[in-house]
Design a binder for this molecule. Structure first.
Ligand SMILES: *[C@@H]1O[C@H](CO)[C@@H](O)[C@H](O)[C@H]1NC(C)=O
Length: 317
């Protein structure tokens, strides 16, 4: 009894990575660089979209929301991980752990829903171009974003409460690099079988249903694109989708891989590295995915930063 309460007061120990010192330094540096790039990149996208009125359209509003969610997603995990890798003290308080869990599920879910909304937006834009402005009205767009965030919030709250009521009497070592819900349930001393079933079913439904919706949208998009006669016309029609499609593959790829990969005893470290890839690399790459392949955004980034610089510098060649 005492033991259990003690652990709630003392917090948890995050095991992070059980690698050699030199590898830890490498991981630390990589994670730090990725964190800085991810936050800067996503905030630049958000700023540019807000400032440049040419980009005030549903597709970019959704992207703006997605960038903010990604900045939050990575900020919830990496700073704490970096400090844990740096310091001897690897504890996280019980409240800190629960907060991390809450934001991780909330932002992860929000990302899934926003990617689905973006697929729907592309579907309407390409398959029903004449009705686009009618279907994707501002209110519809706000409604979709609101629903995405609200459902993510409720879902995350539910899992946080389910975890909050679990007792931890035996150990407080979390064998992961953040307060991941499965790792937490794995070390609890309560019977968590029913919680794990709920978690499994819910994850499965969330991922497979949204993925199915995205696939359906792209099925329609591709059949519409194939009806365009010239190759140039096809590429042009499809070009507004290519960034989104890349982002979808980056996001769902690792989830599906982790899911179908056979489980083995000593694959824990491998799984952790894969999760790190998933947590850190996706938000880092997305700003590039959306700018490098999109002339409109590149132009807008130039425009915003030229406005900022032209006051003090003027170069003539
Ligand atoms: C999020 O999306 C909504 C609806 O499209 C939009 O009105 C809003 O400006 C966006 N917010 C941000 C911060 O991107």
């Amino acid at each position: 009894m005492n033991q259990c309460q003690n652990i709630t007061l003392k917090g948890f120990n995050i095991v992070a990575f059980s690698t050699s010192t030199s590898l830890t330094i490498g991981l630390f540096t990589g994670a730090l660089v990725m964190y800085l790039i991810a936050v800067t990149g996503n905030l630049i996208i958000t700023t540019v979209i807000c400032k440049v009125s040419r980009l005030h359209s549903p597709m970019y509003w959704l992207l703006c929301n997605l960038s903010l969610v990604e900045a939050l997603y990575i900020s919830n995990i990496l700073p704490k991980l970096l400090s844990i890798m740096l310091k001897e003290d690897k504890t996280i308080s019980f409240q800190g752990c629960i907060t991390q869990l809450f934001f991780f599920i909330m932002t992860g879910d929000a990302e899934v829903f926003l990617l689905t909304c973006m697929a729907y937006d592309r579907y309407v834009a390409i398959c029903y171009p004449l009705h686009y402005s009618l279907v994707m009205r501002k209110q519809v767009c706000v409604g979709m974003v609101f629903c995405s965030l609200f459902v993510s919030f409720v879902n995350s709250l539910m899992f946080t409460l389910l975890t909050y009521t679990v007792r931890f009497c035996y150990t407080h070592r979390i064998n992961h690099f953040f307060c991941e819900i499965r790792s937490l349930l794995a070390i609890s001393s309560s019977n968590t079988a029913s919680r794990e079933v709920i978690l499994f079913v819910e994850d499965f439904l969330l991922v497979s249903l949204t993925f199915l919706l995205i696939l359906t949208s792209y099925g329609h998009i591709i059949s519409t694109v194939l009806k365009v006669h010239s190759l140039k016309g096809r590429l042009k029609t499809f070009s507004s989708c290519s960034s989104h499609l890349t982002a979808v593959m980056l996001f769902y790829g690792p989830i599906i891989f982790l899911y179908i990969k056979p489980k083995s005893e000593d694959s824990e470290d491998q799984d952790k590295l894969l999760s790190l890839l998933y947590v850190a690399v996706v938000p880092t790459l997305n700003p590039f995915v959306y700018t490098l392949r999109n002339k409109e955004v590149i132009e807008a980034v130039r425009q915003v930063f030229r406005i900022k610089c032209s006051g003090s510098f003027r170069f003539r060649f």
